[in-house]
Design a protein around this ligand. Sequence first.
Ligand SMILES: [Zn+2]
Length: 308
Amino acid sequence: MKRLLIALVVSCLSMALVSAEKIKVVTTFLPIYAHTKSIVGELAEVRSLVESGGEPHDFQFKPSDIKKLSEADLIVMNGVGIENWLDKPLEKFKGGKKIVVDTSVGVDLLENPQVIELTAARSKEKHSHDGHQCEGHGDGKNPHIWLDPINAQKQVKNILKGLIQADPKNQEGYEANAARYLKELEQLDQEFKTQMEGLKNKNLITFHDAFVYLAQRYNFKYIGCIEDFPSKSPSPQILKATVDLIRKHQVKTVFVEEGYSQRSLQSIARESGAKIATLDTLEVGESEAGAYLKRMRSNLEILKNAWK
Ligand SMILES: [Zn+2]
């Protein structure tokens, strides 16, 4: 009995020690949180910088965010410049013990899609050099790598490496959770593949430039995006060029993104007969482990209904 009691006390103590030793992980925004939390489960503390209501493109740092960062053992970011607001704060911690994971390592990066207005104008002028690109994220490569389940698998593997490096005692747990999660991402990829395969006309026009990776993965034809950045209303020229392109490519649906107004597209819909639907960039919303899988599946439903 005495021995049992001692064993009980010891195990309680060690449990308390283990929970006190949980590492602190900070992620930048929703998909990165969802992947990290899915690998971590209860083995570490995971917090997100961009929380519900915020979005990663123009995130403003608050003092409480600096506190989160300074307490973190591990910081996980998407990369490809979308979190350029993190560059300065991270300089503070250079040379310290914090581990920073850039989940884009090993992902093949793509250029931004063409802006419709100038593509149309250029082809009239017969210019042969590259057209103007959507530039919501500065020049260079498109950062929306997470909107492709295969890229997401690479990101998850990068996160797993960082977790093991920061917290080797929980390696087995992280590996088991990651293996399970990777299987679910594989399943998601299969669903996209099989459900998109049979559809003939997958001509894609979007408002913002978020879906280049998804388009390349599942053979959508990215005709272009309507705006440099979803902050202004399209000019009459853009509207006309868009309507022309919709007719030329027989685009069935034009996609706006979650959180943006559909209003500016209504005249396009009226004139061209195309439908308007909303796709989710996963940039805005509640941080939860299952968010990535759930919301990518609803994107799949929306695309299927738009193109069937
Ligand atoms: Zn975006």
